[in-house]
Design a binder for this molecule. Structure first.
Ligand SMILES: *[C@@H]1O[C@H](CO)[C@@H](O)[C@H](O)[C@H]1NC(C)=O
Ligand SMILES: *[C@@H]1O[C@H](CO)[C@@H](O)[C@H](O)[C@H]1NC(C)=O
Ligand SMILES: *[C@@H]1O[C@H](CO)[C@@H](O)[C@H](O)[C@H]1NC(C)=O
Ligand SMILES: [Zn+2]
Length: 498
């Protein structure tokens, strides 16, 4: 090695954060996209490659104790047999080499749409980071073993739909390499908000396409992918507009910091990190990447995704897996349950028909819209606790409604009842009734009967009944508050913005 190349290597040797990319989220393949100069970049990738070659011999032995792809499939099938009443198994696509991408769904009503948040975990995005797939099978089994006696297991099964894809990159796993069978880094293969790196759908990898189609079918509130090579919870944005390395917050920066901290603080020692304050990092502040899965999730699928680096060693000896699982167990469970235990949840209704409206919810000052579901118009808006939020519900053809709330650490239930844009006096009256009765659930039939008769005679009666309905509703709200308090040890109120 001559002096020049030594000098080129020097900054890399001295700066651990520059070496991390090779070890974890990954160095760039495309020199054009790399934030560093071409020179440094080349040295850096070569260093990484040499490291990999040196390690490849060791890895043959390291694979011992890890599930092979067929072991994994069998473990998943065994799981869904053993825990059949709270799970199902389905396929979202195939890898380049035709290995099925199996998913386990865990819920008290697997496969059925419910007015509940959904969460997904994805493991083994990078083929040579196999810890995630092992942890995820342990997670599934733990939930099954501890349901319903453990409160977290119970909450996850009863109030969340959990979807687990243990391996997104089975080909990379069996080839013991980072990319898929076509040597593409799947965490660079999604459409990017700044650079059209790979925006030709035809060139997208089948594994990536499977994820994108999956997110069209299921509305996930939040998710995380599991990686190895560092110990940190990474959140969007992953890429900067100018390709420079710097903290680049997304509109929901506070929310993401809150979620990432739930993971790091529940972890054995992630939050004690010397390199990352609190064990969390903005992706671009660490090193910018483009075409990443987490940014795409937030932008296009309304899903708050984290990228979790769960062990410094990418491929630790299998006998360390039980310890790594113990270190991550609470974090993994708490992150899932955060989609039900924090944030604002509710439904949007029409005051005219009482039907659910698939509208949207916005928070003043945060440029990100969360959509309500088509079937139940339920929305799940994750948010960090704060003194004051201005929450607005919208739906085309309806008048928006806004309310100001204070959000504690626990969840808040908040329903909206929207009035149609064009409404005459009669509809107004009807809407007074509807807003109380649809949620109150009583007296609606009587009203309908009366309404069909003499309008003038019953005019006063309608108002009186509406008043009674409102009283009932308030009582119900109080009861439901008490019920919630008893169930969850205090906190959540169900509020209605009518
Ligand atoms: C599933 O079966 C177990 C054990 O038989 C039972 O405790 C549990 O309540 C069942 N869960 C559901 C959602 O039916
Ligand atoms: C966390 O604990 C593991 C295992 O005990 C150790 O190897 C690692 O260095 C620790 N990391 C931090 C940031 O304390
Ligand atoms: C909000 O975000 C969108 C992209 O999602 C962007 O086009 C728009 O300019 C942003 N608006 C504000 C006020 O920042
Ligand atoms: Zn990775």
């Amino acid at each position: 090695m001559n002096l020049v190349s030594l000098l080129r290597l020097l900054p890399l040797i001295l700066s651990p954060s520059l070496l991390y990319p090779v070890e974890s989220r990954g160095g760039e393949k495309d020199p054009l996209l790399h934030p560093l100069s071409g020179l440094a970049h080349h040295t850096y990738v070569r260093t990484g490659k040499r490291l990999l070659e040196e390690q490849s011999q060791k890895r043959v032995d390291l694979a011992k104790g890890y599930m092979s792809n067929s072991d994994l499939e069998k473990a998943m099938k065994d799981f869904t047999q053993r825990c059949g009443n709270i799970s199902r198994m389905y396929r979202i696509g195939k890898s380049v080499k035709g290995v099925p991408l199996w998913v386990i769904e865990i819920s008290d009503n697997p496969g059925k749409e419910e007015a509940e948040p959904a969460f997904k975990y994805i493991g083994n995005v990078h083929g040579d980071e196999p810890v995630g797939r092992e942890l995820l099978m342990r997670l599934a089994n733990w939930i099954c073993d501890n349901y319903p006696k453990d409160p977290l297991a119970e909450l996850i099964v009863d109030k969340v739909h959990l979807h687990i894809l243990p391996s997104m990159n089975p080909d990379g796993f069996s080839l013991r390499k980072r990319g898929n069978a076509n040597d593409i880094d799947l965490n660079r293969d999604f459409p990017d908000q700044f650079f059209s790196v790979n925006n030709e759908m035809g060139r997208r990898q089948p594994e990536t396409r499977a994820i994108m189609n999956w997110l069209r079918d299921i509305r996930f509130t939040a998710s995380a992918s599991l990686h190895g090579g560092a110990l940190v919870a990474n959140y969007p944005w992953d890429g900067t507009e100018d390709r420079r390395r710097s903290y680049f917050p997304c509109p929901d920066d506070e929310t993401f910091r809150f979620m990432a901290s739930i993971y790091s603080r529940s972890h054995h020692n992630m939050s004690l990190s010397k390199e990352f304050e609190g064990g969390i990092t903005n992706g671009a502040a660490w090193y910018p990447i483009y075409g990443a899965m987490q940014d795409w999730n937030y932008i296009h699928a309304d899903c708050f995704e984290l990228t979790l680096e769960v062990s410094d060693n990418k491929w630790p000896p299998a006998n360390e897996l039980p310890t790594i699982w113990e270190h991550n167990r609470k974090s993994m469970l708490n992150l899932i349950s955060s989609v039900a235990k924090t944030g604002i949840h509710g439904k949007i209704f029409s005051s005219e028909t009482g039907r659910p409206l698939p509208g949207s919810v916005m928070i003043k000052g945060i440029n990100h819209t969360v959509k309500a579901g088509r079937a139940f118009a339920d929305y799940h808006r994750l948010l960090a606790p704060a003194e004051k939020y201005e929450v607005m519900a919208t739906m085309t053809g309806y008048k928006s409604k806004t309310t100001i709330i204070r959000l504690e650490a626990g969840p808040m239930a908040l329903d909206f009842i929207l009035d149609p844009e064009v409404s005459n006096g009669e509809h107004r009256l009807e809407s007074v009734c509807d807003c109380s009765c649809t949620t109150g659930g009583s007296g609606l039939e009587v009203m309908g009967f009366l309404w069909n008769s003499h309008l003038e005679v019953y005019f006063v009666l309608v108002i009186v009944l509406a008043f009674v309905c409102i009283l009932l509703l308030r009582k119900r709200a109080r009861l439901s508050f008490l019920r919630h308090s008893r169930q969850q040890g205090g906190g959540p109120k169900r509020a209605v913005v009518a």
